[in-house]
Design a binder for this molecule. Sequence first.
Ligand code: EPU
Length: 328
Amino acid sequence: MNIQENAPLSALTTFGLGGAARFLIEAQQVSELLQALTFAKEKNLKTLVLGGGSNLLVGANGFDGLVIKIDIGGIVREGELLVAGAGESWDALVARAVEEGLWGIENLSGIPGTVGAAPVQNIGAYGAEVKDTLAWVEAFDTQSGTLVRLKNSECNFGYRTSRFKQETGRFVIVRAAFQLQKDGTPNASYKDLADAVRLNLTEVRDKVLAIRAGKFPDLQKEGTAGSFFLNPVVSAEKAAELIARYPQLPHFPAEGGIKVSLAWLLDKVLHIKGMSVGGARLFENQPLVVVAAHGSTSEEVRELVQKVSALAKKELGITLEPEVKIIN
Ligand code: EPU
């Protein structure tokens, strides 16, 4: 087991920002994950489990503990089930499903991150979410000290949330299985994909990738973690008030209330696309997305986010919740 000390986390996150981890272990097998957890216990270290680092903002102080990067690979097909190691790239799994003619996750094409991270925040796009196809996850349960298999119904999935987020630190996902379909049809329920009804599987994937290319910055050029905020889920009364003021506001029924489009509010009401603090700004094509230009700092991202949150509170009476996990 290779233990790195003082490892820069900027290299392991798509924001490309922040300080170092006191220790870093890259676990390619479950046995290495167990060794890493033992090491943390012996040294009394906090742990942070990392996938693709695509939903994380690391502060200048980094992480004063052990970061365990999950690199467990492998994709195996069992009938219409695809089983993947947690460290596989999520999009490699989607590409494989499409190659195999298996429907179900094609609308989730092009999302950065790993298979193991996907169930944690129940990733979603274009009318599909991980919870729609996930059969089970295999995870190390640090409470019982055993590997457990959790069925979909045991994962407590919701909008960008799951049991893995709620019971912080308890489970480390090592594999996940997706129940796909040989004879599927396009899921064209989302507005942007409405004309996808007649497309074949590869064409749906290509269409999603093309839409995303227009809405997200090029990760090679600038740092980002996708949507920085959740779309707010507000009470029926609050939604009615907002819709009366802004009749065009896109809104959808959601668990616990009405989900309103924050991108729309930031763009059409607050007019703050492109708003910046230092090298951090709200992306011109999608203001939910915060981008960090080369040379910017996590502090600038944080200040920008605070400014946006304060404006949303003052002008709209809405409390924003970050979607991105913030460390230090
Ligand atoms: N809009 C504007 N101006 C803009 C962009 C969008 O007014 O500049 C309005 C449009 O009316 C549009 C609406 O906002 O119809 C919604 O925009 P979009 O389709 O981009 O979706 P979103 O609600 O802003 C969510 C997810 C994304 C996911 C897309 C597509 C969250 C936090 N974000 O964004 O997920 O890709 O839907 O399904 O739910 C992520 O979680 O990191 C993420 C990128």
